[in-house]
Design a protein around this ligand. Sequence first.
Ligand SMILES: Nc1ncnc2c1ncn2[C@@H]1O[C@H](COP(=O)(O)OP(=O)(O)OP(=O)(O)O)[C@@H](O)[C@H]1O
Ligand SMILES: Nc1ncnc2c1ncn2[C@@H]1O[C@H](COP(=O)(O)OP(=O)(O)OP(=O)(O)O)[C@@H](O)[C@H]1O
Lengths: 218, 218
Amino acid sequence: KKSFAVLGLGRFGQSVVETLAETHQDVLAVDVQEQPVNEMTEIATQTLVADTRDEEVLRELNIDTFDYVIVGIGNNMEASILTTMLAKELGAEKVIAKAETSDHGRVLKRVGADQVIFPERDMGHSIVRKLLSNHILNFIDLSDKYTLAEVVITDPTFVNQNLIQLNLRKRFDLTIIAIQHDQKINISPQPTDMVMLHDVLTVVGPIEHVEALDEALK
Amino acid sequence: KKSFAVLGLGRFGQSVVETLAETHQDVLAVDVQEQPVNEMTEIATQTLVADTRDEEVLRELNIDTFDYVIVGIGNNMEASILTTMLAKELGAEKVIAKAETSDHGRVLKRVGADQVIFPERDMGHSIVRKLLSNHILNFIDLSDKYTLAEVVITDPTFVNQNLIQLNLRKRFDLTIIAIQHDQKINISPQPTDMVMLHDVLTVVGPIEHVEALDEALK
Ligand SMILES: Nc1ncnc2c1ncn2[C@@H]1O[C@H](COP(=O)(O)OP(=O)(O)OP(=O)(O)O)[C@@H](O)[C@H]1O
Ligand SMILES: Nc1ncnc2c1ncn2[C@@H]1O[C@H](COP(=O)(O)OP(=O)(O)OP(=O)(O)O)[C@@H](O)[C@H]1O
């Protein structure tokens, strides 16, 4: 069982504490302000009001005994950087830190962060990609060339046909790996399986080909 | 071609503006503070320093002519709610708003937001899920029961075998839809294809089964 310390209880930090608590992990929640700490008292295993830029504070927390330290201090770049550096120097196994900007992220890496996260920036990208596509509900990039996407079929010319008739592999060089119909999901569908209106196809292929399919759908 | 207005240029709003500009979309960037607007001047199609809680401001922007209005005002719940409500009432096609908390999100929906986003909260969940699993690099939930995940194979007992020998379908009730080896991706692999050390398998199946595979890997 792994142990977690979350330093900085903004929206991201609180979400980490809540998710860890839901899965019954041991989590220490720390913030310099009382209110966020109070909000976590019923949820975290342990809480503390403290300034994590202070080496003494981190020593007393036994920061070196934690498997994962998550630094959720966002708007105070100096506090984020100092906390990350000290946590790593004092012996925390893995330190994951939230960054404001790319430059902030680079500094965090230099001072020892094992992983740097950009929640707002990543969500900005992801939202735009979904807005610019019309039928792509969700996607995951498998590499910088290939993507997997869930595409909703609303185009009447694509429905009431089976996969052989639709022939997405030839037309778009895409592989269909699942068809979701109502709440049911059909994985590795048969070529004779049908696609109906509002079904969601999970497809894999080159990013431009997925976008071409999205364009082609009305 | 669609038109976009981004009201509130925090990290999320700026990321939306930058991503839209990269894809050559028309985007108007607005903030009540000068500095974020100056940062976007070279990037956005148009910029403006203004308080978006003001109905007159939104009318003068012709907010009703935009296909998408993205409200990136985070820490000021009142401004976020008022801006969202007014933008929708004045006729913006789709309004997407960033929320601080679940309750904030519910209010935004009630005042007309077409979509509500929780970047920090969602990233908190997603980070924890990855931390608690040892070999899952990335995942996308296809429904509340099934997930697709990229699993890195570091376990010596899983490598130098082909898919028939590995037999993940019988052992874990999972479908392998791709094998990534070095930078190359092999989609819909053949049963005779081999899995090597550090390969990444893209698998689909019930969430608990993906977690069971993750547990079984050393
Ligand atoms: N030196 C410090 N020691 C401990 N906690 C700190 C320190 N400095 C800031 N914090 C805390 O970090 C938390 C997150 O910081 P802040 O809200 O500024 O960032 P944020 O990036 O906007 O957060 P989020 O986007 O996750 O809501 C705050 O609750 C703040 O009190
Ligand atoms: N009434 C308003 N009109 C226009 N812009 C506003 C208004 N109120 C706040 N903003 C702007 O919204 C931007 C984002 O707000 P803020 O930084 O408080 O939220 P945030 O959730 O921490 O943002 P992010 O997490 O995306 O960095 C700020 O640049 C702020 O100036």
